[in-house]
Every structure is written in C-alpha cells, then in structure tokens.
Design a binder for this molecule. Structure first.
Ligand code: ADP
Ligand code: MG
Length: 690
C-alpha cells in the first residue's frame, strides 16, 4: 500500500534539522568564565541546597558580562546551551544541570516567526492552549552486547533514537546484536505544549496563530492551559511528509529553554503613569458613569439598559474567597437573545474588542476544545494532551460567545461548572485536570424558531436548558418589532453611519481610553459597602419580591441567585465610577437593571407577573397547574366515555375553570408531539400512560 498524504500524528523525528553550529573556542572560554564567576557559583550552591538543577539567568546579565557571549546564545543556541550545561554538570557534580535564559530584550510575535530564525534562540509570548501528558524520554541508553555481554552507553542527544554501531569492548568490536537495558538506562521528563497568540494581538478578528513546543526535564508541567506565558527557546524545524515522500516544507517546533507564567494583570503594562494621572482626573467627573455607558457600542442605536449592563460587566467586581475554601464569582454573565438582525453579534464583537483579554467566538465552532476544555490526541508525541477552550483562554477576561445555543453537548454539560465555580474539570484518557475559567460571559442566542414570540416563555424558545439560563445574571430580549417612529430613527442612524461614520460614531470616550479606565479600575478599585443603606436597599428589594410570592400562592419571583447578581452589579456600579465606596444609588441602579431583565426574561406571558419558574424550569407555575388540571379532566372523561375523551367536552370543562380553549388546543398539540397524548379517533383524546 502506498500512502503519500502527510499525517500530522507523529513528527518524523529522523528528519530533524539540528542546525549544528560550532562555537568559537574563545566564546566557549568566555562562557566558562561567566559560569565560574563568584556570583554564579554562590547561586549554584543555593540551588543545590534546594535540590534544583536549573540556573535561570536574565539575558541582560549575559549581555552585561559580554556582548559577544550574548550574541553567541542568540545565533548558536544549540551549541551554546550544550556547552553551558556540560560546564554546569562539571561544577555541580549533578547528573544533569541546565542553564536557562529568560527575558530576551527582543520578543518575536508568533505570527512573525520566519525562516531566518530557524536554529536561533527566540522568545515568544502567548497563552498556553495545550499541554500533553508528561512522558519519560530516554536520555542515556544502555545496550547490552549479546555476544560478549559488554554494556554500551549511548547518549541520546537528539530526537532520533541511536544504537551503538559496534561494541565498545575492544575484544569484541562486533556489530551486536544489542539489547536495550531499560532498567539501567537514564530517562528525563518530556512534554509537548502549544502556545497561541494573546487575544490582544488579534485585534480585528484575525485567526490566532499557534506554535508548538517541547519542554524537557525539570521544567515540565510549569504551565497549564489558559496560562499566559513568556517562553524562550531554540526554534527547530522538522521535515513534513512521510519518510519516502518528504516535502520541502518544514514544521516549526520551539525547544523550550525557559518558560515563565505571567501573573494576572499583563494588560496593566498598557497603563502609563500619564494614563493613570488622566484617569484619576476623570474619576472626579460626576458624570463618568454616563460617559462610559454612552461610549458602549456607539455605532449601535438604542438598547440603553443593555449597554449599561455590558458596561457593568466590563468593570466587574473582585471575586470573594470564602474561609471554607469556596469562592463567589465576581464576573457577571449576560445573555442577549431575540430576533435576528438586532445587532446582537455586533454588540458582542465590540465588547470583545474593548475588554482586556476579550475573545469573540461562536458556540457552533466544532473544532478542538470548544468552549470549555477537552482531551485530544497529541500530534507531536502521540498519546493525549489537554486542550483549552475559549473560556479557559480568556481566563481573567471576557468571552463573547455568539450562537451560544449551538454549543456541543460536551460543552453544555461542562459549562455549568465554568459559569458558577469558574473552573472546568477534565477527566479523560488519563488526563485529570482542573483549569480556571474566571471569565465573564457575554452570550448571544437566537430563538429556536427564528423569531421571538412574546406570548411564550423564554425557556421554551431558546435551545438552552433552564439550568444554564438561570446562571445568567441578566437576560435581555432584543425584539425587532415594527414601530414606525423608532424604525425611522434607527434607519437614519444606520444610513448616516454609512454616510459619515466619524460624525455619527463619536462616543464621549474613545475605545482606547475606555479600555484603560477598565484596566485601571480592575487593578485598583475594590468597592466596599459603606453604611447600611445600600445593603438595605438590596435586602428590601429582595424581601419585598419574595413577600409577593408568599402572599396568595404566587410564583416565586426571585431567588438567592438574583440576590448575588444584584450584589455583583451594585459593586460594579461603584467600580465603574472609580469609587471604593458603594452608595445607595449604585444599589438602586443595579436593582433597576435586574428588574428590567426579570421582566423581560422571567415574565409569565399568561399573567404578566415575574415568575422565576419560567426561567428555572421553562414552565410558569400557572401553566404547569393548568396543564395538570386539563390532564385530570381528560382522565375523568376517559372513565366516563370508555377510554377516550371528546375534545369538545375537555374544552367545556376546562373553560368552567377559567382555562381558555386556545390553551387546551395548544396543550393537546404539544402533548401529542411529546407522546403523552394521542388521538385514537378523530375528536377524541387519550393519555398514552395511565
Ligand atoms: P444579530 O446578530 O442580532 O442577528 P447583527 O449583529 O448581525 O444581528 O446585526 C445586523 C446588522 O444590523 C448589523 O450591521 C447591525 O449593525 C445593524 N443593526 C441592527 N440594529 C441596529 C441598531 N439598533 N443600531 C445600529 N445598527 C443596527
Ligand atoms: Mg448574529
């Protein structure tokens, strides 16, 4: 059989291009001098005491010692690092030791890596999207000569497994055969990783580029998917294609020398002292809140409550770690749903651009790890790897997820944990891991039937389980109802937008400023409740709405979930004003927004009352009760009429209890579809299960 297609499953390591270069002996001498300097020797002793075998050096230090030496690292890293490691082994007397260099002054963008950098020492920055399991890699192998019994030691220096050519025993010197003695061979740890460009570098909706890497020995498992890292290493290439049909193109792999997880707040680097001074000045403006809300998605006309909600989501509030080890999320989740063409996608894209660590994706995307995480085949070493989905990649930021209702089944089952506990657990194919998803979710979903029907409960119209719906702090329905006056204004707005974009879209704060205010607020502002007033406002609202439920058997309008949402939104209101102190106005604005959302999403179309059951179970109390009543009527009639109930009779008896004919018709249709009812003969109805 003949197969000439490229299989990315395994890298053909025998096609390894080592980029072998030889260091000048003068450079080698200098390297020895550098590593024998007093400061370094002291450091090595300290490391040895801690049982560590890697000496980490700032590139700057190498540069200060000798420019030529620093240059040699960049140009001939393979030889440079091999020599350094050998010197370190000599000094430390350890079986293995490594020199690892971090913080090269010139970082390369993953998308800018070019052929000229092959074999060179480079540094890239990105998000880890994939890590493989840790495997043992043979380092020094022992081969027993089956003719004379001599043990031959072979160092495995590159990726191709090497066997001895002839037996070392001078009395033997035959070509084997040899047997690999696994027990006496030496192994080191090996792991493959994948880094992806930071979302920040993807402005304008570019596809993220990726780079594969290999980490060895004591530096494996330094990072998990979702971590933001700075990596330095040697860029190597491997020929693509099958052994017999090699291609002229090569695949890039970074042999990682140093990896560092950047703690949160990388985007804080975007804030200059001047920016901070300017923002402090802005904080004094009593209209700051309004300026911010007006600057949200400025090309979209209307939708003020939605814009306010998104503003609050962008600012967020700090999560709270409770003493019992649990955690209360600070991120607000928002769902936009409604008719097509109401600018949902547009709003999402805007939010993903302005948010630090913002990311726009679609729930429908079938490839890879989807929204949460997955165990996937490791292309480099075979075996399994853990791959991060969108929520893990945007950890610490905002994920704008379009077509949220189209997510895969795996995602749907993992997303509850991602939304509430803000982690995702993977236990598959020997990979057991928990990754962070401390991400605010701004989701959009279209109604299952295309358009939104305002007479039916939300949960029935969106293809999302009520459990997921109830995890959103705020749900908005964007309706496209003809309303001449508004239509004219929106039309004019859109037309002018095409005509004179800069005049129409003139937000009080430009995107860059807004982004900096958000970064500033998230860095410095942790609002606290001051005085009893704001807390009391929230408490009163909660208790009052609950009271309505107690009185006269009403549906439960609000649960502890909405209470937590209220607290988050209240804090975010203060943070948006760049204030540490929460006022009663912050609480009232949050209450107003929650009321709007509850009215839109939780409203029972039959009674016009807010009914959280609509959200939670997809059925309002009143409807559920009526359904049970009608089923009772059918049951009674079945007894009377010998097994099947006449539809006319059902309707007559139902109307005596105040249940409309239209409800009975609709309900019978629905229950027939579900298989609970059937029509044994025209005009007669029976229950399928009695
Ligand atoms: P959806 O995702 O809700 O189906 P889109 O975001 O694709 O809708 O919007 C369709 C188009 O209509 C976009 O170009 C959007 O800018 C425009 N549009 C819809 N409503 C508005 C509005 N209120 N103001 C400005 N543009 C609007
Ligand atoms: Mg859309």
């Amino acid at each position: 059989m003949h197969d000439n297609s490229y299989k990315p499953d395994r890298i053909p390591f025998d096609n390894c291009h080592l980029g072998v270069t030889n260091l000048d002996s003068s450079v080698k001498e200098k390297l020895g001098e550098f590593l024998h300097a007093r400061g370094i020797l002291k450091e090595l002793r300290r490391l040895a005491a801690k049982g560590q075998k890697s000496l980490v050096i700032e590139f700057e230090r190498l540069l200060e010692f000798d420019m030529e030496l620093a240059k040699a690292l960049l140009e001939h890293p393979n030889d440079f690092l091999d020599t350094a490691d050998a010197i370190l082994v000599e000094i430390t007397k350890l079986p293995s030791a490594h020199l690892r260099i971090k913080n090269i002054d010139k970082a390369t963008l993953i998308r800018d890596i070019r052929a000229s950098q092959v074999g060179k020492f480079i540094q890239v920055e990105g998000i880890i999207t994939r890590v493989s399991e840790v495997k043992p890699e043979i380092k020094e192998s022992v081969f027993k000569c089956l003719r004379c019994g001599e043990e031959n030691r072979v160092m495995q220096i590159d990726e191709v497994f090497r066997e001895p050519l002839i037996c070392e025993n001078p009395n033997c010197s035959r070509k084997g055969p040899f047997k690999l003695e696994i027990e006496s061979s030496e192994f080191r740890d090996w792991q493959s990783i994948r880094v992806q460009e930071r979302p920040e570098e993807l402005r304008g909706g570019r596809m993220p580029r990726q780079l594969d890497g290999i980490i060895k020995d004591d530096f494996v498992d330094k990072a998990v998917p979702g971590n933001h890292v700075i990596i330095s290493g040697i860029l190597r290439v491997f020929q693509e294609g099958m052994p017999r049909q090699r291609k002229t193109t090569f695949r890039k792999i970074l042999f990682v020398n140093h990896i560092e997880v950047v703690q949160k707040g990388v985007e804080e680097a975007e804030l200059s002292p001047e920016d901070e001074a300017r923002i402090k000045e802005l904080a004094k403006d009593q209209w700051l809140r309004n300026l911010i809300i007006q600057s949200i998605a400025p090309s979209i006309y209307g939708y003020e409550p939605i814009k306010e909600a998104i503003a609050l989501q962008l600012f967020g509030c700090p999560a709270i770690d409770l003493p019992d080890g649990t955690r209360k999320r600070g991120d607000t989740h928002i769902l936009l749903t409604g008719d097509p063409g109401t600018a949902k996608s547009e709003v999402l894209k805007w939010a993903s651009l302005v948010a630090p660590r913002g990311l726009y994706t679609s729930g429908k995307k079938a490839t890879g790890a989807g929204l949460t995480a997955a165990a996937v085949r490791d292309e480099i070493g075979g075996g399994w790897a853990l791959e991060a989905g969108a929520l893990v990649i945007s950890d610490g930021g905002l994920a704008a997820i379009d077509e949220f209702d189209k997510m895969s089944e795996e995602d749907a089952s993992a997303i509850l944990e991602s939304m509430e506990q803000q982690t995702v657990s993977v236990a598959k194919a020997g990979i057991v891991a928990t990754l962070n998803t401390r991400t605010a979710i701004l989701a959009a979903a279209n109604p299952a039937l295309g358009r939104f029907d305002k007479y039916r409960p939300l949960a029935e119209q969106i293809n999302l389980p009520p459990m997921i719906l109830s995890r959103f702090d705020l749900i908005f329905i964007m309706r496209d109802e003809p309303f001449a006056e508004r239509d004219r204004v929106v039309a004019r707005h859109i037309l002018e937008l095409h005509h004179e974009p800069t005049r129409v879209v003139k937000p009080p704060l430009d995107m860059d400023t807004l982004r900096k205010i958000i970064i500033y607020a998230r860095k410095y502002i942790d609002p606290k409740f001051e005085g009893k007033e704001p807390l009391k406002a929230i408490e009163d609202f909660f208790v009052e709405w609950r009271k309505v439920a107690e009185k006269g058997d009403m549906p439960l309008p609000i649960t502890a979930r909405q209470l937590e949402a209220l607290v988050r939104l209240t804090k975010a209101n203060a943070r948006m004003r760049l204030s540490d102190r929460i006022t009663v106005e912050d609480a009232n604005r949050a209450i107003k927004l929650v009321k709007i959302s509850l009215h839109e999403a939780g409203i029972d179309p039959e009674t016009g009352r807010v009914d959280i059951d609509v959200l939670m179970t997809g059925k309002s109390r009143s409807q559920r009760e009526k359904l049970e009543r009608v089923l009772d009527i059918i049951k009674d009639l079945e007894g009377e009429y010998g097994g099947a109930a006449p539809v006319g009779e059902i309707k007559r008896l139902a109307s005596l209890e105040g249940i409309k004919e239209s409800f009975v018709d609709e309900m019978i249709d629905k229950e027939k579809m579900r298989g609970h009812l059937y029509e044994p003969k025209p005009g007669m109805i029976s229950r399928a299960v009695r």
